[in-house]
Design a protein. Sequence first.
Length: 530
Amino acid sequence: MKPAVRAILGVSLVVCACNPQGTPSTGRDSDVVLRRGIGGEPSSLDPATATDTFSSQVIQDLYEGLTSESSSGEVVPGVASSWTVDSTGTQYSFNLRSNARWSNEKPVRAQDFVFAWQRVLDPKQGSPFANDLRLIVGAAAIISGRSPPSSLGVVAVSDNLLVVKLEQPVPYFPELLSHPATFPIFSDSIARTHDPNKWISNGPYVLSGWQIGTRLELTRNTAYWDLPNVHINRVQYQIAPDQNSQFAAYRAGQLDMTDTVPPNAIPLLRKDYPNEVVIAPILTTAFYALNLAGKPFSGNLKLRKALAMAIDRQRLVDALALGQVAAYGFVPPGTWNYELQHWEWDKMGDSDRIAEAKRLYKESGYSFDTPFHLRLLFNSNPAIKQTAIMIAAMWKEALGIETEFIGEEFRVFLESRHDKTKWDVARLAWSADYNDASSLLDGFRMNSPSNDSEYNNPSYDKLLNDAANTANPDARRGLLQLAERLMLADYPAIPLYFFVSKRLVKPYVVGVKPNPLNRVPTKALSVLPH
């Protein structure tokens, strides 16, 4: 699970990829540049630590794992040309390509994966993705500090053969290996440099420039094994947290594609740009985390439930008009081998729902005369702020709650969300790392680095552990669904809506096919003459 929020920084001036009139470069491959809007500054380009979606997008261009994804989301070979699994389903053997190279021309070795995965699991690293690898033999003991990282059940038999031993069959394991947490690291020198010219990666692109707050520039990696199928020579990620500024740049011909659209603009865009609006469902949930580290939410279930019930989600998504789906559970629709879970009151009429919220609020110790004053933390973004204003108004109208807004620049927000003294409620969004319910539910584990609520229920953790140790898909699904129902009944968080991806794409950009994980790698795209 990755929050839609991810720290290695590089600073360099970036040469603009446009001519003076701002029109895109075209012609030979060596001249082709793609200008992509990105809604926030990547917090890190280290695959082991980068947890926000902005970082993940760039990392997917810079690195490549054992497996990769087709434009429609199917698992395809990456660094591994092929793999086999034994009769028990617990031992995988990956054959690495002999022509896989780092950007410094050195071969990508099986040892690079061993090094990277041990690093992710090492408690000293504190990687938020450690739980994603917990089903590898020895991983759980390493995470808990009971065994050294070297005990991990991953062996480099040779430079080109990697053997992985699992605790039990994991049906989504090949898909998991396309996630950045499993990407190799050039183990001779971990990328910690601030100089993009010294950045070493193994994917279709290399980092060639990073101007903080403005743009990142990537250049085609000439050492990449599949270079003939990389059709765009340069990628310029233009950082624009404001959807309106991205839209303005797109209309002015300064962007070839955006990663978002302005609030309330979908009807107009469908009218004016009918062939350029790309909308697709994705496995991402927006929610409000409740601070259970202390009062007033700790030990006050009625207050937490009252806040959840006082929100009119349908009115919220209708007002946002961005295609979201109202959420009364946490795991999004479309998740593999899973039935949508929901609160028991999701079909309750508005008047009855508000009446119950008022009853719970009063029994929790608050009233209109003695209202709850809460601090709502969120990263500065027009749609997120609009959501906060609407929900605060709903809380005020139904319960009399007074809300203090704390809107922060994205990088500051990433730090503040871990400081429980600064907020009572925090707006977050979690995206699945792989198409499985566990990718989202694991974030509420007691010791998960992503557990911003500090939810602590041993029964919940046990259900997730039992599911992780269950090979039968039906039995495993039942355990995961039971875990979600238990978590929903505890109200450590308030799901708001499920996302859809929204982009504007120029007609000359070919290959944009968002998959359920919202990945659109530049390698899959090409730019036509225009």
